[in-house]
Design a protein around this ligand. Structure first.
Ligand SMILES: Nc1ncnc2c1ncn2[C@@H]1O[C@H](COP(=O)(O)OP(=O)(O)OP(=O)(O)O)[C@@H](O)[C@H]1O
Length: 271
């Protein structure tokens, strides 16, 4: 899977795994094959719901397509992930306190030219550095959509990967490409559906993907674990537009309850 990443990045993968064993901080990487499926909305709201359960959370916005997290948290970041990677600021300076208690954000930057810098820097190093602080309970990494080398870097260092998808055929095709890649050297992928009417639909589609993986003889030891769905909700799109978190504004909304159920399962599965 990661043949193409540098030796430097491979060393980082091992180092990050050791750090995770030593630190209280759990790493969860949230990804999607296709763009626009709700990955950033999930990341921001999972962060809030975890913080409301008493966890201290850091979010790393590793999306260089559209760095949405600062919009969702209504922030104008002074520094971004890339200022840290380029050595301009310290880890404390790049971890920005959000308006929500116990949530810090490392902001991303839209349109960063990864390929111009990919030989000089290992971007995922920031995750290892946050884990080493031993200050947060959870680090959530929001990767960009797709499977480019930059996204692969952040997937490579994580044993806890959550994919967000819709039931749209193109989203499912991209998801299967992700499953195929991860099955080579990961143990599991957690999967949740956005914009689906009920839990059963997600379950049925997950089972079809698992059967397809079996038919295509993907690694038997790799598990796809369906952990829940969120329905389409006007409250989600409205709060997103207003730069607010739906789970904070609408604590008793069905979609908040659906996301709470996802977090219950997530916490049981996270390593
Ligand atoms: N369940 C939902 N119901 C209604 N609107 C939603 C839902 N989930 C997400 N949205 C809206 O869909 C839009 C896209 O969501 P979001 O930005 O989270 O997607 P993304 O996968 O992170 O996109 P990108 O690939 O651009 O980073 C946003 O306007 C968001 O408010």
């Amino acid at each position: 899977m990661f043949n193409s990443i540098s030796n430097q990045a491979s060393r980082l993968i091992n180092l990050t795994k050791n750090r995770q064993r030593e630190s209280k901080t759990k790493l969860l990487t949230i990804t999607s094959g296709k763009g626009g499926v709700g990955k950033s909305t999930f990341t921001g709201n999972i962060a809030y719901l975890l913080s409301s359960r008493g966890f201290k959370v850091a979010i790393v916005d590793a999306d260089i397509g559209l760095a949405n997290m600062q919009v969702l948290f209504d922030m104008k970041p002074r520094y971004t992930l890339f200022d840290y990677i380029e050595g301009k600021v310290t880890i404390d300076e790049v971890l920005l306190q959000t308006a929500y208690k116990n949530i810090s954000l490392v902001a991303g930057k839209s349109g960063y030219q990864y390929s111009n810098h990919s030989n000089s820097f290992v971007f995922a190093r920031i995750v290892e550095d946050i884990i080493s602080l031993n200050e947060f309970d959870v680090v959530l990494v929001d990767t960009g959509a797709g499977l480019n080398e930059y996204v692969k870097e952040f997937l490579a260092i994580s044993d806890n990967i959550l994919a967000v998808t819709t039931t749209d055929p193109s989203a499912l095709t991209d998801l299967y490409a992700l499953i195929k890649m991860l099955s080579k050297d990961k143990e599991q992928l957690m999967l949740c559906f956005n914009h689906t009417k009920n839990h059963q639909i997600g379950n049925t589609i997950s089972n079809s993907l698992i059967n397809l993986a079996k038919k295509n003889r993907l690694n038997d030891n790799f598990m796809v674990k369906y952990i829940g769905n969120v329905s389409t909700s006007a409250n989600i799109s409205t709060t997103g537009r207003l730069r607010k978190l739906f789970s904070f504004e609408f604590k008793n909304d069905d979609s908040t309850k659906e996301l709470q159920a996802i977090i219950d399962t997530l916490l049981k599965n996270i390593k």
